[in-house]
Design a protein around this ligand. Sequence first.
Ligand code: SF4
Ligand code: SF4
Length: 159
Amino acid sequence: MPQLPGLMKGLGVTFKTMLAGAVTVQYPHVKEAPPTRARGVIALKEENCTVCMLCARECPDWCIYIEGHADLAPPRREGGKPRRAPKLDRFDIDYSLCMYCGICVEVCPFDALFWSPEYEYSEPRIADLLHDKERLGEWMETVPEPPPLEAGADVKKKK
Ligand code: SF4
Ligand code: SF4
């Protein structure tokens, strides 16, 4: 019986796994706290968004929809030309398409997008997974504080 040691070893693993207990929890009766930096939902800080469209262009799933316009704002200095001030009209993320890759958060040059660990936003209707800018803005309250900078990382203070 040359297969016997392998068979015993396999049965050993089976019994060990059977007795180890479940690694899952009975959600929603039991809720696990996700890690602080978990990718739950994306939050939008609207005042930081310049309508540059970079996030929408880089999103591999094409699930960010942005519309905006530019208002004329007074010049910064006396005698200067009026400025073009971008205004966000629409910013939607369709979470039925999003694959949580985080590219939009990474590429935003103006710190307007953040990960929140919040995950309880399932919907009975798939169309309701489209979050508009008001809803994305509400998620900002659930975004954790960023971790402190590593020693020597704050180059501005060094100068
Ligand atoms: S996380 Fe990825 S898929 Fe989701 S909106 Fe951002 S870029 Fe698109
Ligand atoms: S969220 Fe960031 S990358 Fe996207 S349009 Fe606004 S400023 Fe640009």
